[in-house]
Design a protein around this ligand. Sequence first.
Ligand code: IPM
Ligand code: MG
Length: 368
Amino acid sequence: MSTPSLLILPGDGIGPEVMVEVRKVIDWFRAKRGLELEVSEDIVGGAAYDVHGTPITEETMTRAHAADAVLLGAVGGPKYDDLDFAVKPERALLRLRKELDLFANLRPAQCFDALADFSSLKRKVVAGLDIMIVRELTSGVYFGEPRGIFEEGNERVGINTQRYTESEIERVARAAFDLAMKRDRKLCSMEKANVMESGVLWREVVQRIGDAEYPDVELSHMYADAGAMQLVRWPKQFDVIVTDNLFGDLLSDVAAMLTGSLGMLPSASLGAPRANGRPAAMYEPVHGSAPDITGQGKANPIACILSFAMALRYSYDKGEEAARLERAIEAVLADGLRTGDLLGPAGGTPVGTADMGDAIVAALEAGL
Ligand code: IPM
Ligand code: MG
């Protein structure tokens, strides 16, 4: 089999800065653990718009299709806010998700023990938290037609359409059930079946898949608004949550904040297995391009490094190496190292982006 490949798309804002630290980690795995990985890099988002007038070129799309996995930093920035929808940096992200058919977006929210006091919630509510949100990523109101701003009488009307087919619900439900089987066998599905037909169908299909194929998973349903409330009240009641594109966008930000910082959270967006058995895949930190701290060496590289850990696990079948990397990060946090986003009342040793990356590599080395 050919050498597994990774296409790195650093993007905009702090994307390129955190990616430098990921590169250090990749280099360590190659040198010390014999990891074989063919790494290439390209521009995307505002960076691509500046050069090519489009947030992602056809050539980059072709490379993304060909790669075993894509690792994306972040896209966007105030400079691009007034651009046309069609060429906004975010379009690159949406196009990659849609065209690679990455329908299952895995967003873990894990509270590192060393950071439990940093959450805005009490330690007892978040300590030991380990939940996984599975967000449908290629359909729903993000892509539904009709959409647009239209004239209606003497005023304009803005329209977006929430739309889900049974097969779209089935495949993301299966992805969530499969994950639940590997975890605590508990799945909570969230929609608004009380007001939306798409929610009624969603609930029905998830229940049917559960009954027929996953009798060992304890399945529950919640309205998404109640789910948001329960996530803040007592998040440890959840193991895996499955939800649609828009609710998943909101609920994963809520879940992220339980852990103390957006700077800590990775994500994986997976499609169906390809001919070589590997799923189409893109990995990215949940945080954005953070223009307010760009270029200052302050950004927390952990979310992006953890995204690479997810790539090791889901694309390269290297679960043990992924766990090794996660342990190294835990050790660095336990030592008290903190980027700015993690510096709370509990204190710690303030470090910059590069120092954090170096410390993680040193912890990997120490763990050998
Ligand atoms: C996310 C982001 C994106 C989304 C934006 C940048 C298009 O918020 O990945 O959660 O809304 O999906
Ligand atoms: Mg979001």
